[in-house]
Design a protein around this ligand. Structure first.
Ligand code: 5RP
Length: 254
């Protein structure tokens, strides 16, 4: 679940609620371990969110990811967990200014992984420790202007490295192909840390998935490409298959 804004706003739930009503709310489950999950339209009621999401989930769809720059609080997560059961893996992509303050509420609400932005904290080590102590996996995200060298010192302590392929905040932006060397560098970390997932987020769909998969991404966030498709399930399957094939090829090449 992505929550927050490109400016890493940390508050504004009431205001965002109002915006939510005005603009409608988009949610987009993404991927885990090469398994893209489906997006959905989310209304301003939590119950509807759960129902719509359920209708697109299938076995292996494990991550939920919500956009745009509207804050999804832990009550929404709690509601989804109740409605979807224990199986779906909830990765919380926290685009917020003070990621420290939401660790416990998100854990209690039923999050499985807490992904924060390296740019948003002065003390990644303490945050990682806190996330672990709250029983969640750790994801670390970097914006386009942040280097893999800045992320790498934390690679041995995290479960997932997220390379943003757009400036965070809005769906429907153009995929930044020049981020692929960063994905590839992250993928090389995999040889030292084989359980590290590499995620891409932004502008990923049938036209761009091959580049991501070849660069080494195994977790895919895809919004508009799925949402705007007449056949969301086929797009999801395509994304999944391209990632799986690339992963198999990497294994054979090793
Ligand atoms: O996190 C996001 C932006 O911050 C979006 O999830 C991301 O942009 C995916 O949307 P789209 O596939 O439409 O680009």
């Amino acid at each position: 679940l992505t929550t927050g804004s490109p400016q890493f706003q940390s508050e504004a739930l009431p205001t965002e609620k109002e915006k939510e009503k005005e603009e409608g709310l988009e949610s987009r489950p993404a991927t885990a371990q090469s398994t893209p999950t489906p997006p959905t339209q989310l209304s301003d009621t939590e119950d509807y969110a759960g129902l719509e999401t359920t209708s697109l989930l299938q076995h292996g769809d494990t991550v939920l990811h919500f956009v745009p720059n509207i804050t999804f609080g832990h009550p929404v997560v709690e509601s989804l967990r109740k409605q979807l059961g224990q199986e779906p893996f909830f990765d919380m992509h926290m685009m917020v200014a003070k990621p420290e303050q939401w660790v416990k509420p998100m854990a209690v609400a039923g999050a499985n992984q807490y992904t924060f932005h390296l740019e948003a904290t002065d003390n990644p080590g303490a945050l990682i420790k806190d996330i672990r102590e709250n029983g969640m996996k750790v994801g670390l995200a970097i914006k386009p202007g942040t280097t893999v060298e800045q992320l790498a010192p934390w690679a041995n302590q995290i479960d997932m490295a997220l390379v943003m392929t757009v400036e965070p905040g809005f769906g429907g932006q153009k995929f930044m192909e020049d981020m692929m060397p960063k994905v590839n560098l992250n993928a090389k970390l995999y040889y030292t840390f084989p359980s590290l997932d590499i995620e891409v987020d932004g502008g990923v769909g049938p036209d761009t998935i091959h580049k991501c998969a070849e660069a080494g991404a195994n977790m895919i966030v895809s919004g508009s490409a799925i949402m705007k498709s007449a056949d969301p399930r086929s797009v999801i399957n395509l994304l999944r298959n391209v990632c799986s094939e690339a992963a198999q090829k990497r294994c054979l090449d090793r």
